[in-house]
Write a protein that binds this ligand. Sequence first.
Ligand SMILES: *Cc1c(COP(=O)(O)O)cnc(C)c1O
Length: 396
Amino acid sequence: MTAAPAPASVAPDPGAADRACARLSIDLGAIADNWRRLRDRVAPAECAAVVKADAYGLGCARVAPALVRAGARTLFVAQPDEALALRRTLDALDPPTAEIALLSGVWPDLAPVLTEARITPVLNHLGELATWQAHARARGRALRAYVHLDTGMNRLGLGPDEQAVLAAEPGRLDGIALAGWLSHFACADEAGHPMTAAQHAAFTDLLARLPPAPASLANSSGIFRDRAFHLDLVRPGIALYGGNPTPERANPMAPVVTLQGRVLQRRAVDSGMAVGYGATHRVQQSGVLATIGIGYADGYLRALSSVGTVATDRFGPAPGRIAPVVGRVSMDLIVADVTGWPAAACGPGSFVEVIGPDRPIDRVAGEAGTISYEILTNLGRRYHRRWLDDVRTGAG
Ligand SMILES: *Cc1c(COP(=O)(O)O)cnc(C)c1O
């Protein structure tokens, strides 16, 4: 039995929050609520949880136990070392625990590592079926695996030719205990995109020609497009972490992440003055700037130069005000035009909201010309991180 991984915040350092130039809080209770909301929406289908890329940057060692306590029974990761780390996390929990499914597939050297750690691979091509089958034969028992069928994304999964071979030669599944058939939507985030229904039709046609097993197609957005897409198992990721799975409508999910940056300096400026590297911003009329201790080294993308926005602290003296980021994002700093904000909301030592209920991740992503997924998975390592407990009675 391996020891539990130490959560990043475990070393007691009461001064850390006071020293931090930026602080990130991750609401595990909101993640659990989001999972339960999806579970209720898709029942009787099973609701899995995707925790790849360190649970979308939020800390898999903290997020996965919260999801398992909420009831998740299948967790998907992308890479072998993510699966091994998750195995250590889950082994430290009281049973019942969850299955770990690995999207990367399997290769010969990896097969014994996966069986040893009780990790279920998703097999993506016929070569992987053969690898897993040979490994099962060597072990003398059937081994569990999902099989990924490509339905038009041309990324991972058996393509049409391999699907035809498999339908004609089901013996290629001998020795494989089929956990389920998977496919993945390319365009589910765009309401009414014809490719989504076409992929669903292609997938159900394929399933009719293949041995029966549970079927899984929908990611977060797919869950909201059509009940027919739920099939037996859904695989939400971003919706658990507060991203909007229906970008054309209000976000049905609860916000999870709050990122606050510390104001390091506040200065009065006159028209014509320049701000930041490249002097790309010129002050138009006299006003007030606040310099905030967060930059591109923290995942505050440089693409937010002169287009990002920050908000006043929601619990401070002037909640709900917005200020534009002016000039280029530096490695460790941004500058916001806080003209008109009360001094108490933007003096040195105050915090501004960079991501949170007043600056939702989808809006920040839109300002940066990217998606919420990239904002979350880039969240930096220098933040003071705090995980709000999913079990409200537990020590936080
Ligand atoms: C990342 C991923 C998901 C989760 O997608 P979201 O859009 O974050 O819900 C589901 N299935 C597969 C195969 C993935 O790679």
